[in-house]
Design a protein around this ligand. Structure first.
Ligand code: SAM
Length: 239
């Protein structure tokens, strides 16, 4: 895990031997399950360390500014977590985190349940379902300090899948790559309707993660009850 340890140090994060062991076990389980379940196209040792684990930890750059770190005692939701990215690396980093991992694919959530137990993580809830539906349940709606999402949808539909989960005063962080100026412009109207405000677009400056960006949206007011719309609508008809 040398590449991960070195990259984390650049983020000002020192990983303990236990955390390094957990990342190593995460890697092994990912590769093993990936033979049967389509979890990731990146499964080489170096790629997983940098493009999955370190990339996930880069979210801390936005958490610090949001004043959310403090030992990790906050509620975080990962929408479309897939193989657990970025949610599970953040949980390994902040053991005190209260984490919910959401994905619509049962095979992936089976992996997430298996892995959370294998890593000995507490306070991790795994939900199988569509964000469009779960965001209307009172136990999830506007309940999270931080909502994160990576590689799930373009920003105009992604904000409809994520902002309803954020409490007022909380933040949504989207991990994005490349040229996203137009995507951000197209999401501006949706962000406003959903009660959000674009706070910043932060560039991640780490070797192997060039062009990676964190789009941070602050939740300013409650999301109107009719959002998100029915499954599939947010991606077909942007707000
Ligand atoms: N976040 C992970 C990563 O970066 O490796 C997984 C990304 S994968 C490309 C997108 C994931 O989002 C898939 O696992 C898919 O099942 C999930 N997903 C897509 N739309 C969703 C929705 N509306 N509600 C819940 N999960 C969704």
């Amino acid at each position: 895990m040398e590449r991960l340890i070195a990259g984390a140090a650049k983020l000002g994060l020192r990983l303990s031997p236990r955390q390094v062991e957990q990342f190593q076990l995460y890697y092994q389980e990912l590769v093993e399950w990936n033979k049967r379940v389509n979890l990731t196209a990146i499964a080489d040792y170096e790629g997983v360390q940098v493009k999955h684990f370190l990339d996930s930890l880069s979210v801390t750059l936005a958490l610090e500014e949001g004043g959310m770190v403090g030992g990790g005692d906050f509620r975080l939701l990962d929408v479309g977590a897939g193989a657990g990215l970025p949610g599970l690396p953040l949980k390994i980093l902040y053991p005190g985190l209260n984490l919910v991992l959401l994905d619509s694919t049962a095979k992936k959530t089976a992996f997430l349940r298996h892995l959370s137990a294998r890593l000995g993580l507490e306070d991790v809830e795994v939900e199988t379902g569509r964000a469009e539906e779960l965001a209307h349940q009172s136990r999830y709606r506007e309940q999270f300090d931080v909502v994160v999402s990576r590689a799930v949808a373009v920003l105009p539909s992604l904000v409809e899948l994520t902002l309803p989960f954020c409490r007022v005063g909380g933040i949504f962080i989207a991990q994005k790559k490349g040229q996203i100026g137009q995507e951000i412009e197209e999401a501006a109207r949706a962000i406003g309707i959903l009660g959000g405000e674009l706070r910043e677009v932060r560039r991640v400056e780490l070797e192997g993660l060039e062009e990676h960006l964190l789009v941070v949206v602050a939740k300013r007011s409650p999301t109107p009850q009719r959002y998100p719309r029915r499954p599939g609508i947010p991606s077909r008809r942007h707000l």
